[in-house]
Design a protein around this ligand. Structure first.
Ligand code: ISJ
Length: 156
């Protein structure tokens, strides 16, 4: 169903965070990049408005996605301090960010479709739980993400 596709896309965005964390670890860069977050929020808010989502209700969802993305990266970084990973090939950050942006746009488009077809019910939490499989996402991060997702509305 459409909900399943939406949840898969949300998981896909989170699944890029291991590669982002690996790039930053190699570059000795911090996880948090406020300038990039601002770009993501501005572009996504504009996209949401264009496709007919209520931009105000999208704000907390975007924040929850970014918070989850950072929490995942911090956990990888912490784990790699205890048990270093074998040297992997790192994907350039600009390439990862363009994939993240594409997935982010797809999430908003799919969310619009779901809301146009009647929206989600709290009972969809079980579907969401199964679809969102990123191992370094905590149960509370996951709950926050789902709660913010349920608050997104169509443009009045
Ligand atoms: C994903 C990244 O890491 C963090 C999370 C971001 C996001 O979820 O869009 C943006 C900037 C960073 O604070 C990144 O640096 O691109």
């Amino acid at each position: 169903a459409e909900n399943q596709q939406l949840f898969n896309l949300i998981n896909q965005r989170l699944s890029y965070m291991k590669a982002v964390a690996a790039y930053k670890a190699t570059a000795h860069s911090p996880v948090e990049d406020i300038a990039q977050e601002k770009k993501v929020v501005e572009k996504s808010t504009e996209q949401a408005r264009k496709i007919g989502l209520d931009p105000k209700s999208v704000g907390p969802f975007l924040k929850a996605q970014i918070d989850a993305a950072k929490a995942i990266q911090y956990r990888y970084r912490a784990d790699w301090l205890s048990v270093p990973e074998k040297k992997q090939q790192t994907v350039p950050l600009d390439i990862l960010r363009s994939r993240i942006a594409k997935t982010g746009d797809a999430i908003l488009t799919e969310l619009h479709t779901v809301l146009s077809q009647g929206g989600m019910k709290p009972g969809d939490l079980a579907l969401f739980d199964n679809a969102v499989t990123e191992p370094n996402l905590s149960a509370t991060d996951k709950q926050k993400l789902f709660d913010a997702l349920l608050e997104v509305k169509l443009k009045p």
